[in-house]
Write a protein that binds this ligand. Sequence first.
Ligand code: ZN
Length: 166
Amino acid sequence: MNTINFCMRCGGKLEARKDRENKIRPLCKSCGWVYYENPIPAAACVVLNEKNELLIIKRKFAPNAGEWALPSGYMEVYQTPEQTAIDELQEETGLIAEIDEFLGYFSGPSPIYKNIINFGFFMKVIGGKLQAGDDAEEAKFVPLDKLPEICFASHRYFIEKIVEKH
Ligand SMILES: [Zn+2]
């Protein structure tokens, strides 16, 4: 059941043991460190232009390299979901935006991690210039009825949410 074999704190060997809540978790035999496996939090950006076209990016790296998705990324430990969305949008598309509306969250399996929780934000652009960057190979606005296949279920869910409203 272990997805990692060694302690991240001391390098000791992990062993499946019951913790204080009686749940089986990988526990370090040397220092007692417990490996809690949690979903990875992420944020995704939904941006429409004045023509009601949706901003999408072509992914440069795995997972799903070469496929289309919303600008998005995993949260760093010092970020809020909102800040993650703002930073990822700027890094991947060059656009500076503020949060307009929280669209909800999507909890589900991920191609890399077992489970993610993705926070979706509808965002309003306040500056910057559209230019693909960071892990986006291409960034463009596309009419909602001409969208290519979007590779992540969480992103499709947020797009559906915004289509219902616009
Ligand atoms: Zn240890």
